[in-house]
Design a protein around this ligand. Structure first.
Ligand code: ADP
Length: 645
C-alpha cells in the first residue's frame, strides 16, 4: 500500500515560500499499478497548455494523467493549486499506485498552495515581475536540478492555478499578465525548460463580456484543451461533429445576440423618446402606482402647477398633493380609476400659491405596461381657455342684450310708421283726384316698412330663442292649407317670380301655425333672393305614414358643399362677397330651423352651385298623433334617405 504525504506535510513544505527540497527520482523507482488511459493530450515538447474544465472530477483526472506521465517518465512535477485540488490530485495519484512520499523526498514532486505562492509576488495588488522570476524561477530550477550541484538536469512539468485564482477574483488583466510572465520565464535562457499546464473552470467565462479576455488567454498558450464535453468524445468524427454543432450554436447565438441587442437598442430609443416627451410635454404628467397611490414619476409642468419640484412629488400620495379640492372628491376619482380604468374631470381648481387659482382639466388612465399596472394622469392648464370662453360668453351676452334692446326700440316707431302709412293710403284712395304716383310711392313705403318690420321681428325672435323664451301657440291645422295661404300672401309682394305648388300632404299637424308659416316664408324669401335670374320657385308637398314634408326649390346660385352644413348657424353667410348683392343678417335659416326643431321636425338642404337649392322641412307625424310611436317602420322621406324633387 502506497503512503500518501499528509496534506499538512505538503503545506508545511511550501508555505514558507521556499522551494521544496527535491532529488532525482528515476522513473523506474516510481511504482504504479497500471498506465492511465491518457489520450496523449500533453505535448511532447515543453509547451504551455491551458486545460478548460466544467467539472472538478474531470480536471483532477486530466492533471492526474499529466503528473502521472511526468513522474513515470522521470520528470519532476510541480503542482501549484488550491488545497482541495492538491489533496484530490494526491488521492488520484496514490490510487494509480505512485509512492508520492518517496517522490517528494527526492524532489520529484512539489506541491504548493496557489494563493500563498501568488501572495509572494503580488505587491499591493499588482504582480511583481522580479519577485515572480525569483520565486517561481527558483521553484522550477530546484525541481530541474535537485540539490546536488552538477547533477543531471531533469525535465519539469508544472500545473498551476494561480492564474485561475486571479481570474476568479475578477482581476482578468492580472491573470493574462501572469500567463505572459510564465511564457517569459519559459523563454528565458536563465530558466531550465519546463512544460506548463493551467486549469480554468469554463463557468468563469459564461458571459459575453469575457469574450475578448478569453481570446487573450487562449493566445497566451501554445495548446488549448477544451473541457470534458469535447475531450470525452471518442474519435475524430465525433469531434468534428461536435465542432460543427458548436459552430451552429455559436452562429445562432450570435444571431440571437444581435436580435437582442437590436431589441435593447429599440427599447433604449423608446425610453429616450418617452422621457423626451414626458419632459417636453406641455401637459403636467404624473405616473402613479395603483397599489399604493404613490407618485412614481412627475414632470416639471405638473411640479410647477403644484408649486413643487418633480423630486419632491415622488413618493407622495396622489390624493394628497393638492390636485383635488377635498378628500371626498379625490376618493371619488380613485374609485373611478379602479372600477372604470378612467377618470376625467373637466375643470379642477388648483391653488398655486400667492392666492392664484389655475383651472385644470384632469384625465387619469389605468393600464398595463410590461405586466405592471400603472396610472398615468394628465393635467392640462385650461385657465386661459376658460378665461377666453368666459370673455366670449360675456361678449355674446352683451351682443344679445344689445340686439334685444335695439329691436324692441325699433319696433315701436316702425309699428307707428306702418299705422300712419295705412291711414294715409286709406284717405288718399278715397280722394277722386289723387295723383296715382303718390299712391305708388305710398305702396312702396308700405313694402319697405313691411321689410323693416320682418327684420325687427326676426331680431326679436332671435333674442327670444337665445333666451329660450320662444312661446308656441299650438293647435291642429291642415298643413296643405297653411302652405297654400302662405304662398298666397307672399305672391302679391313679388313681381319677379311665380310661386308654383305641387303635390299635397293631406295631413293635419299639431303645432304653431304662425311660426311654421314664418319658417316657410324665410325659405321662400331666400329662394327668391338667391335666384335673381330665375322666374319661379317650386314648392312641393308630400307625406307618408310618418313624415310630412315641404320642399322649396329654387333655380338660383346654389350653395357650395363646404357651406351647406353651416348656413343654419346664426349670423352665418355663405360668402362675404355676396352681402352687398344679397343683403341680409344671416339669421333667417337659424330661425326657421329652430322653429322646426321646436316642433320635433328637421330642416336640410340639397344644393348644387349654379343650379339651385332645395330646402326641405319635415314634420314627424308620429309625434302628432298619427300612427303610434311603436310603429317604427322606416320613412322614405327621412332626411337624406330619398331625394325629393
Ligand atoms: P341671409 O339673411 O343672409 O339670407 P339666412 O340665414 O337666411 O341669412 O341664410 C344664410 C345664408 O345661406 C345666406 O347668407 C346664403 O349665403 C345662404 N342661402 C340661404 N338660402 C339660400 C338659397 N336659397 N340659395 C343660395 N344660398 C342660400
Amino acid at each position: 500500500m502506497t503512503m500518501l504525504p499528509k496534506p499538512a506535510d505538503t503545506r508545511s513544505a511550501t508555505q514558507d515560500g521556499t522551494a521544496p527540497s527535491a532529488s532525482a527520482m528515476p522513473a523506474r523507482h516510481v511504482k504504479h499499478k497500471h498506465t492511465p488511459s491518457a489520450r496523449g493530450q500533453w505535448p511532447a515538447a515543453p509547451g504551455h497548455t491551458v486545460q478548460f474544465y466544467a467539472d472538478d472530477d474531470f480536471l483532477m483526472k486530466q492533471i492526474g494523467k499529466f503528473v502521472y506521465e511526468g513522474l513515470t517518465a522521470g520528470e519532476a512535477c510541480i503542482v501549484i493549486a488550491t488545497q482541495n485540488h492538491r489533496e484530490r490530485l494526491e488521492q488520484y495519484l496514490a490510487g494509480e499506485g505512485l509512492d508520492l512520499i518517496a517522490a517528494c523526498e527526492k524532489g520529484m514532486y512539489t506541491s504548493l498552495d496557489a494563493a500563498l505562492t501568488l501572495a509572494q509576488f503580488m505587491t499591493e495588488g499588482s504582480l511583481d515581475d522580479e519577485t515572480f522570476r525569483r520565486v517561481v524561477g527558483g521553484i522550477v530550477a530546484q525541481a530541474a536540478y535537485g540539490h546536488g550541484k552538477g547533477s543531471q538536469r531533469r525535465r519539469v512539468r508544472v500545473f498551476g492555478e494561480m492564474v485561475a485564482l486571479l481570474w476568479a477574483g475578477g482581476d482578468h488583466a492580472a491573470a493574462i499578465r501572469l500567463e505572459e510572465m510564465w511564457n517569459e520565464l519559459r523563454e528565458s535562457d536563465a530558466s531550465p525548460p519546463f512544460s506548463l499546464c493551467c486549469g480554468y473552470p469554463m463557468s468563469d467565462f459564461a458571459s459575453e463580456a469575457h469574450e475578448q479576455a478569453f481570446r487573450e488567454i487562449c493566445a497566451t498558450h501554445s495548446q488549448v484543451i477544451p473541457d470534458e464535453r469535447y475531450t470525452a468524445l471518442a474519435n475524430a468524427e465525433e469531434r468534428l461533429r461536435a465542432i460543427t454543432l458548436l459552430q451552429q450554436q455559436a452562429s445562432s447565438l450570435a444571431g440571437a445576440t444581435a436580435g437582442r441587442k437590436a431589441a435593447e437598442e429599440q427599447v433604449r430609443i423608446s425610453e429616450h423618446l418617452y422621457r423626451h416627451l414626458f419632459e417636453a410635454a406641455t401637459d403636467g404628467i404624473l405616473v402613479v402606482d395603483p397599489a399604493t397611490q404613490v407618485i412614481i414619476e412627475a414632470n416639471q409642468v405638473v411640479a410647477d402647477l403644484l408649486g413643487s419640484t418633480p423630486a419632491q412629488l415622488l413618493g407622495r400620495n396622489l390624493l394628497r398633493v393638492g390636485v383635488f379640492p377635498d378628500q371626498e372628491s379625490a376618493e371619488a376619482v380613485w374609485r373611478e380609476l379602479e372600477e372604470q380604468q378612467l377618470a376625467r374631470r373637466e375643470a379642477l381648481e388648483i391653488h398655486v400659491g400667492n392666492g392664484q387659482v389655475r383651472c385644470v382639466e384632469f384625465v387619469g388612465n389605468r393600464f398595463q405596461v410590461n405586466s405592471h399596472e400603472i396610472i398615468q394622469c394628465h393635467l392640462r392648464d385650461i385657465t386661459d381657455r376658460k378665461r377666453a370662453e368666459e370673455a366670449q360668453r360675456q361678449l355674446e351676452a352683451r351682443k344679445d342684450a344689445f340686439i334685444s334692446m335695439a329691436s324692441h326700440e325699433l319696433r315701436t316707431p316702425v309699428t307707428s310708421l306702418k299705422a300712419f302709412t295705412q291711414v294715409l293710403q286709406r284717405r288718399l284712395r278715397k280722394q277722386p283726384d289723387v295723383d296715382p304716383q303718390v299712391l305708388q310711392v305710398l305702396d312702396r313705403m308700405d313694402e319697405q316698412i313691411n321689410r323693416q318690420a320682418r327684420l325687427i321681428r326676426d331680431l326679436l325672435d332671435l333674442s327670444r330663442m337665445e333666451a329660450g323664451y320662444l312661446a308656441l301657440h299650438e293647435t291642429w291645422f291642415d298643413l296643405d292649407d297653411l302652405v297654400r295661404e302662405t304662398l298666397d300672401t307672399v305672391q302679391p309682394t313679388i313681381q319677379t317670380h311665380t310661386l308654383r305648388l305641387e303635390g299635397a300632404t293631406h295631413v293635419q299637424v299639431y303645432g304653431d301655425q304662425e311660426r311654421l308659416g314664418q319658417a316657410l316664408i324665410n325659405l321662400l324669401t331666400n329662394a327668391i333672393k338667391y335666384s335673381p335670374r330665375a322666374d319661379s320657385v317650386l314648392v312641393t308637398l308630400r307625406s307618408d305614414r310618418e313624415w310630412a314634408e315641404v320642399a322649396v326649390r329654387d333655380f338660383g346660385i346654389g350653395i357650395a358643399p363646404k357651406h351647406q352644413r353651416r348656413i343654419f348657424e346664426r349670423f352665418y353667410q355663405a360668402d362675404d362677397s355676396h352681402t352687398s348683392t344679397y343683403p341680409g343678417l344671416g339669421i333667417g335659416l337659424y330661425i326657421a330651423q329652430t322653429i322646426l326643431e321646436r316642433h320635433g321636425g328637421r330642416m336640410w338642404v340639397e344644393s348644387s352651385v349654379g343650379k339651385g337649392s332645395t330646402f326641405h322641412f319635415g314634420l314627424s307625424l308620429l309625434r302628432q298623433g298619427g300612427p303610434s310611436e311603436s310603429d317604427s317602420g322606416h320613412s322614405d322621406l327621412q332626411p337624406g334617405s330619398a331625394e325629393v324633387s
